[in-house]
Ligand binder design. Structure first.
Ligand SMILES: *[C@@H]1O[C@H](CO)[C@@H](O)[C@H](O)[C@H]1NC(C)=O
Ligand SMILES: *[C@@H]1O[C@H](CO)[C@@H](O)[C@H](O)[C@H]1NC(C)=O
Ligand SMILES: *[C@@H]1O[C@H](CO)[C@@H](O)[C@H](O)[C@H]1NC(C)=O
Ligand SMILES: *[C@@H]1O[C@H](CO)[C@@H](O)[C@H](O)[C@H]1NC(C)=O
Ligand SMILES: *[C@@H]1O[C@H](CO)[C@@H](O)[C@H](O)[C@H]1NC(C)=O
Ligand SMILES: *[C@@H]1O[C@H](CO)[C@@H](O)[C@H](O)[C@H]1NC(C)=O
Ligand SMILES: *[C@@H]1O[C@H](CO)[C@@H](O)[C@H](O)[C@H]1NC(C)=O
Ligand SMILES: *[C@@H]1O[C@H](CO)[C@@H](O)[C@H](O)[C@H]1NC(C)=O
Ligand SMILES: *[C@@H]1O[C@H](CO)[C@@H](O)[C@H](O)[C@H]1NC(C)=O
Ligand SMILES: *[C@@H]1O[C@H](CO)[C@@H](O)[C@H](O)[C@H]1NC(C)=O
Ligand SMILES: *[C@@H]1O[C@H](CO)[C@@H](O)[C@H](O)[C@H]1NC(C)=O
Ligand SMILES: *[C@@H]1O[C@H](CO)[C@@H](O)[C@H](O)[C@H]1NC(C)=O
Length: 418
């Protein structure tokens, strides 16, 4: 019985990584299994009463130096992330599991006005607590909740701005999920990587001018990436011949939660041209390598394999490949073209977006693209016009035919009645 109770009420032990910005924590249950993971940044703006009866505002960040004492994981039903920092402050969020989804119920922020470094001149020494409801709902179980955008939680005296949030509650199998539930603010485009922020609580008291209104935290959505520059790539087997493989496109790749544009400027091109297979290798100055393998089978070509290696803005190297694709298909001797933006899922983690695409991997003549076969999206609905005309014409013919038949029958009955 006691054993069972001990099993249910898991004691959570936390491991804290100190990041250059933001905070990253792993909370483990008493069996040392990872049960809650969080990486996030929080800015606080706290309005308090200063000694001279004036209202003051303190602004500070959640420092990297936190402890997770008080965090709990109850067997897949509820859990709490508690981050203690500075001189008696804490920030916590509790999660409940509803089977298929989980959510954060409350964010509780306790701050100690006795910390005169953070709250200079505060009239009182007491600790205050505010509770707000975050917008972290309907997170699919076994996925990480991800929200790079800023989200400000407002209450009477405290504004909390959360951003670069990555949280997984109810972690199973001891490892965080590679699948994400992304907040609405992050879609359709995911923002670029975080910029660096100073993280520790200010050691010297900020001179807060009590009468000067402080700028409220902004909640502007992160800007969308500009369309990528269209690169014009061609591969010649040697100096004296004309190109045997040509490709023009603007390329954006989306790896995990990050989107990046492929910069054609300074990109080196290599490759090979064969009868059954051709290859184009692009190495950009931003150290991204893209290998495209085309095959020619039975007079049609297609992009068969794609291998992209690169680094995220955070410096994490990745390599994603799919060798079983059937993209960009057209007849050998023609080129494939798609001007409209297209997206293709290459792997679970990687999606590519192409812009102003034209490619010809086989049978290039005189260094120019042959007739293009356009993708479906490029063709607008104008092809419906001849069909409509045809349908209208057939209708007319049928109408004439029917009236002719009726006319004949009428005239016939006319003869009979006489
Ligand atoms: C919180 O944000 C609101 C709206 O931006 C602002 O009016 C208010 O002054 C802010 N409060 C604090 C304590 O910063
Ligand atoms: C502060 O305000 C309270 C009531 O609001 C008043 O009794 C007190 O005298 C004021 N103190 C100062 C220093 O103005
Ligand atoms: C958070 O606070 C730091 C310092 O107080 C400031 O530099 C930064 O711009 C703030 N970030 C946001 C998103 O408000
Ligand atoms: C707050 O604490 C400091 C030092 O502990 C003390 O000097 C001060 O009088 C206290 N202020 C109030 C309002 O209790
Ligand atoms: C991600 O989700 C897909 C489909 O829902 C699933 O097949 C896959 O196993 C998941 N991957 C991880 C790492 O959970
Ligand atoms: C606040 O700033 C104004 C002008 O910038 C100054 O005149 C005033 O003395 C300052 N007040 C405090 C409490 O620092
Ligand atoms: C390229 O062509 C020129 C003239 O046609 C010739 O002189 C030269 O040797 C060729 N170079 C190569 C590498 O074939
Ligand atoms: C390409 O890069 C070079 C050197 O970085 C720069 O001078 C040039 O303007 C760039 N060209 C374009 C089209 O961006
Ligand atoms: C494509 O493959 C066919 C045989 O499958 C071959 O006859 C044809 O020459 C190839 N085309 C090119 C341009 O290599
Ligand atoms: C290309 O494929 C055809 C049919 O699959 C095969 O007969 C031919 O030998 C291949 N050519 C080369 C150069 O691999
Ligand atoms: C993709 O390219 C990288 C680097 O060239 C290589 O290490 C990796 O094995 C390739 N992946 C596949 C599936 O070919
Ligand atoms: C991908 O393309 C399809 C149409 O081809 C579109 O409906 C969808 O919204 C696109 N997805 C993204 C993430 O752009």
């Amino acid at each position: 019985m006691f054993r069972y109770a001990a099993f249910v009420s898991l004691l959570a032990v936390g491991i804290v990584f100190q990041l250059s910005h933001g905070v990253e924590v792993n909370v483990r249950d008493k069996d040392e299994n990872l049960c809650l993971y969080a990486k996030l940044m929080v800015n606080f703006s706290v309005s308090y009463e200063a000694a001279d009866n004036k209202s003051a505002t303190a602004e500070f960040e959640l420092p990297a130096d936190v402890t997770t004492v008080g965090s709990t994981c109850e067997l897949n039903t509820s859990s709490t992330l508690k981050l203690n920092f500075g001189n008696g402050h804490s920030w916590s969020v509790n999660f409940t599991n509803a089977g298929k989804v989980y959510q954060a119920d409350t964010v509780t922020f306790s701050y100690n006005l006795g910390d005169k470094t953070t709250f200079p001149n505060a009239a009182s020494n007491e600790s205050k607590t505010v509770a707000v409801k975050p917008k972290i709902t309907d997170v699919a179980v076994d996925t990480c909740y991800s929200c790079q955008s800023k989200d400000t939680l407002e209450s009477d005296l405290v504004n909390q701005t959360l951003w670069n949030v990555l949280i997984q509650a109810f972690v199973s199998n001891n490892s965080t999920s590679e699948n994400y539930t992304t907040c609405a603010a992050d879609t359709p485009t995911t923002p670029v990587a975080p910029t660096t922020h100073p993280t520790s609580l200010p050691t010297t008291a900020p001179v807060t001018n009590a009468t000067t209104p402080t700028a409220p935290p902004t909640t502007t959505p992160t800007p969308t990436l500009p369309p990528p520059t269209t690169g014009k790539y061609s591969f010649k087997p040697d100096e004296n011949t004309t190109a045997c493989l040509m490709a023009n496109f603007g390329l954006r790749i989306s790896y995990k939660q990050e989107e990046m544009n492929f910069d054609p400027n300074g990109t080196s091109v290599s490759g090979s041209c064969g009868v059954n297979s051709s290859e184009l290798v692009l190495v950009s100055t931003q150290q991204m390598t893209i290998k495209l393998t085309f095959t020619n089978d039975t007079k049609k070509f297609r992009l068969h394999a794609l291998n992209i290696t690169g680094k995220t803005s955070a410096g994490v190297a990745f390599s994603e490949a799919n060798t079983n694709l059937s993209m960009w298909q057209a007849a050998v001797g023609s080129s494939y073209m798609c001007n409209k933006e297209q997206n293709y899922t290459i792997t679970n983690q990687l999606t590519i977006y192409t812009f102003a695409l034209q490619v010809q991997p086989f049978g290039v003549k005189k260094g120019a693209f042959s007739t293009a076969e356009e993708c479906f999206l490029d063709s607008d609905l104008s092809f419906l016009v001849p069909i409509a005309v045809g349908v209208a014409l057939s209708f007319l013919i049928i109408l004439v035919l029917i009236s002719y038949l009726i006319g004949r029958r009428k005239s016939r009955t006319g003869y009979q009645s006489v």
